[in-house]
Design a protein. Structure first.
Length: 108
């Protein structure tokens, strides 16, 4: 499982029938900054993940990958490798808040 930023979406008008109606997001994994350990930084990679929660672009999410992606009720019969399983509110590491959704909202 990892924290990722939703950076976009994918539209595929032709796909396997079981995937019809499932929203696909482009997600970019983030990790703790090695030097300061005070913020999240991009890993420089991207994945496509099925969205079961209604996540939006610019939002941090929790993603699970591999066979675990098919363990939710919504995805158990889908041919997928990554799924959004949570919307991130805050991330705390060693007693320090390194991310807060409140800081990303307008008028926060």
């Amino acid at each position: 499982m990892f924290v990722a930023l939703v950076t976009g979406s994918v539209v595929a008008t032709q796909k396997t029938e079981s995937m019809t109606g499932h929203r696909l997001l482009v997600v970019e994994p983030y990790r703790l900054d090695e030097k300061t350990r005070s913020k999240l930084v991009s890993t420089g990679r991207t994945f496509i993940a099925v969205d079961t929660l209604g996540a939006g672009e610019g939002q941090f999410v929790l993603v699970t990958q591999g066979s675990s992606a098919r363990l939710t009720p919504e995805t158990k019969s889908l041919p997928i490798d990554a799924v959004v399983i949570g919307l991130v509110d805050t991330v705390r590491v060693e007693g320090t808040e390194v991310f807060s959704r409140k800081g990303m909202e307008p008028n926060a």
